[in-house]
Write a new protein. Structure first.
Length: 208
């Protein structure tokens, strides 16, 4: 276990178990290196060097205000690989970690990489747009999010105002259950009613 420091001064925590050909694990959001403990134990016990880091903003790594984007995640992975002097590495990424691995290869090449394993990796753009005609329609995601809180589908993404999107991304408070990630601020109060909640988590329609 140790820390490296990236070019912008961010400290990245990592685990380093075993010896042999390196296998580097990149976790998904919002996990940390501990998510790979079982796999790391098996890999290290089988004659490989198992390495996993906490992505910036996650776990025991620093939580900087800047650099929370895929290019910087990939650059942090590059800093880890270069600092530890790794070659012939097998890169394993799950979810966001899969995108991180792919972006690493795109930005830094494959000279240090033997293989890459992408497990349920996120993609650059999943919504169908003019530039991404093979993507999934936004309505499909509206239906999924609505079903998660047992509401009728929210208004289509394209019709939401910037203000609605901003309010929909605010952090949940006081036991309410908002639709987030760009949704309008539609919520359920603890008794299951659809509510209109202020910044204190108080249903504005409730009497004082």
């Amino acid at each position: 276990m140790g820390m490296i420091t990236t070019s912008d001064g961010t400290r990245i925590y990592y685990k380093d178990w075993g010896t042999g050909q390196p296998v580097v694990f990149s976790h998904g959001w919002p996990l940390n290196a501990d998510a790979w403990d079982d796999q790391m134990f098996h890999v290290a016990s089988s004659g490989y060097r198992a390495i996993a880091h906490d992505r910036r903003g996650h776990g025991r790594s620093d939580q900087p205000w800047t650099g929370n984007d895929m290019d910087t995640y990939a650059d942090d992975l590059a800093a880890l690989i270069e600092t530890l002097g790794l070659y012939d590495a097998v890169l394993v990424g799950h979810s966001t970690g899969g995108a991180e691995v792919a972006r690493y290869i795109g930005r830094h090449g494959s000279s240090r990489v033997a293989k890459a394993v992408l497990l349920g990796a996120t993609v650059p753009l999943i919504i169908k747009t003019g530039a991404n005609p093979d993507g999934a329609p936004a309505e499909a995601f509206d239906a999924i999010r609505a079903d998660q809180v047992h509401l009728a589908p929210a208004e289509p993404v394209a019709e939401r105002t910037a203000d609605q999107q901003e309010r929909g991304q605010r952090q949940d408070v006081a036991g309410h259950h908002p639709l987030q990630a760009g949704d309008a601020r539609v919520e359920l109060t603890p008794d299951g009613r659809q509510g209109d909640v202020d910044d204190r988590g108080v249903d504005r329609r409730d009497p004082e």
